[in-house]
Design a protein around this ligand. Structure first.
Ligand code: F6R
Length: 579
């Protein structure tokens, strides 16, 4: 994961007031440690979140700065492992997002360089010191050699002490560049547009195996061989949602925004995105089968997609993206649909790139425009949920499910999508109280189970995931029918079990009675008014949305009761850009 920022300006800029506030906007990409380097070779870095780092940093003005927020992959969370890294002489400074798979081999090829951290990234600074500082290569020649030698994923910013030039090198990790008029035309480099979307509405997105030389007066892109290339600027619309308004956490703000965000999506599917929705529907009709590609919460949305399409007699499959190639066959009659909030999830990008020429067509459903997954697809639908800051996905997830229901409606599924935003509003108002009460009751719980059937099964998994990531509760979301094949052995007196029951489904009622007979504390979520938690009426796919609102609220309020870092759970990051 990790987020990187670089600024090159004609006048000097402040690391405290210009560079680090942009880095803070990328904190969702990782928050184990943060650091910044200036042209004079001053490197400050520390473990922990960026806010306290900004407060404690000694400000400097500089014409070029590079900064980094880390999600640890190689080496523990220590100040020594934090970026920026420099070579032993302090001449070459780098920040890196990605993983260098052959870092050990590169390290071994630099016997005269002294490395002090446990990271794969430090070797990059040592490499450039060796090639430029010792062997006398030009920077361009050294970059050419680096691109040839490095294996893995990288977005790297390289700066030499006292030379106001930053080199940005990219392969498999995202990197964007813009110019900010509000900063006197300074050039900004960032992992994604979230960093500068409030300053600019246009960006250039790096291609793989390319690099860029940025001086205070010029920007020049090159391919790996060093030939100049053009990268077209793309304009984008970015709604900046980075303020909490009256809410204590982004998670609850984002949950409560859903009546608005769902309306916005449905409106766009009738107007701005109507043609793309048509393309999805037409491609789906032509394809022999549909395969979804996604992970985590987005995978749970894809399960709803597979459920809906199978109901409509389309052959549809989904497998968690990191195991995609082991379990799914893609051929020229397969329509692959990648679903991702960030559009940058490496577990999705890697198989997507490998099957690019094998599938009939690749579609994407993403929230972040111009993200890598969107740029690797033939046709795309945008979720329009607005910026999602809490690491746990809520509003983007609901829009993923609505998008799939809308697509199913377009293919004949019996649902009135226009009623969904109003029902979401009604649901949030009516279940908030019970979610708070149950959170008080369940705040000391160490394990929980969530059961569902049909479209509610993915929701059982989704609710369990939120209880794990937000509340650190060991929760299992499962098909209710599987219970008696093993898991029932774990149910004891008082074990909390959430049972998602649509239209009083008799099989779900039996599963509920089975756990109650073993002493479980059952919490029934119903759409017929017969539960402890009652959500609006609606079809099975709609029940999936409303019951999940309860799960998201419950995990939020348990997190509040436990005083946990709800928006930034331990060990996680929003954008999982490592495979
Ligand atoms: C959980 C959550 C994650 C993401 C997963 C995929 O609340 O947000 O499980 O769903 O990391 O991320 P995207 O959707 O960005 O591909």
């Amino acid at each position: 994961m990790c987020g990187i920022i670089g600024i090159v300006s004609k006048d000097t800029h402040s690391i405290k007031h210009d560079t680090l506030p942009l880095l803070k906007r990328l904190e969702y990409r990782g928050y184990d440690s943060a650091g910044v380097a200036t042209l004079a070779g001053d490197i400050q870095k520390q473990t922990g979140h960026i806010g306290p780092f900004i407060d404690s940093v000694t400000d400097h003005r500089t014409q070029a700065s590079i900064a980094h927020t880390r999600w640890a992959t190689h080496g523990g969370v220590t100040a020594l492992n934090a970026h920026p890294h420099a070579d032993g002489t302090g001449q070459f400074m780098i920040v890196h997002n990605g993983i260098l798979e052959n870092a050990d081999a590169l390290r071994a090829s630099l016997p005269n360089e002294s490395l002090v951290s446990e990271t794969d990234s430090e070797v990059v600074a040592a490499f450039f010191h060796d090639r430029i500082g010792v062997q006398g290569l030009t920077t361009d020649a050294a970059i050419h050699e680096f691109i040839g030698a490095a294996e893995g994923t990288y977005a790297i910013l390289l700066m030499q002490r006292d030379d106001p030039t930053v080199y940005a090198i990219k392969h498999n990790s995202p990197l964007a560049l813009t110019r900010a008029s509000s900063m006197h035309g300074a050039t900004i480099l960032a992992s994604d547009i979230t960093a500068f979307g409030h300053l600019s509405d246009e960006a250039q997105f790096f291609e793989d195996q390319t690099y860029c030389r940025i001086t205070p007066d010029s920007v020049a892109f090159f391919n790996a061989a060093g030939d100049p290339i053009e990268i077209e600027p793309k304009s984008f619309e970015w709604k900046d949602d980075a303020s909490l308004d009256e809410y204590p956490h982004f998670m609850i703000k984002e949950i409560m925004e859903q009546p608005t965000t769902s309306r916005r999506l449905l409106e766009s599917l009738k107007t701005m995105q109507a043609a793309e929705l048509d393309t999805f529907a037409t491609t789906l009709k032509k394809a022999r089968r549909v395969v979804f590609l996604s992970c985590g919460t987005s995978y749970h949305a894809s399960l709803i997609g597979a459920f809906l399409l199978n109901q409509l007699n389309y052959e549809a499959h989904t497998v968690i993206a990191s195991e995609f190639e082991n379990f799914i066959l893609v051929d020229p009659s397969t329509f692959v649909i990648a679903i991702s909030q960030s559009g940058e999830t490496m577990d999705v990008i890697l198989p997507l790139k490998r099957i690019e020429n094998q599938a009939m067509k690749i579609g994407s459903i993403v929230n972040v425009p111009y993200s890598t997954i969107q740029r690797h697809s033939d046709t795309t639908l945008e979720l329009l949920a607005g910026q999602e800051i809490c690491v746990a996905s809520t509003k983007a997830y609901t829009n993923q499910v609505i998008m799939l229901i809308k697509l199913a409606e377009r293919l004949g599924y019996d649902v009135d999508c226009d009623k969904i935003p109003g029902r979401i509003e009604e649901c949030l108002a009516s279940i908030d109280g019970i979610a708070r009460e149950l959170a008080v009751e369940l705040k000391h719980t160490r394990e929980m189970y969530v059961l569902g059937r049909g479209a509610a099964y993915p929701m059982a998994r989704e609710i369990a995931l939120k209880l794990k990531e937000i509340d650190y509760i060991h929760a299992e979301g499962m098909m209710a029918g599987e219970l008696k094949h093993g898991t029932l052995a774990l149910i004891e007196d008082g074990t909390p079990v959430i049972c998602l029951i649509h239209d009083d489904n008799p099989a779900m009622r039996s599963s509920t009675r089975e756990v109650e007979a073993r002493g479980a504390r059952s919490i029934v979520v119903s759409n017929t008014g017969s539960g402890e938690v009652n959500v609006p009426a609606g079809c099975e796919a709609e029940f999936a949305i409303y019951s999940c609102l309860f799960g998201h609220l419950l995990s939020y309020y348990i997190g509040v009761e436990r005083n946990l870092p709800i928006d930034k759970p331990r060990n996680l990051a929003k954008s999982v850009t490592v495979g």
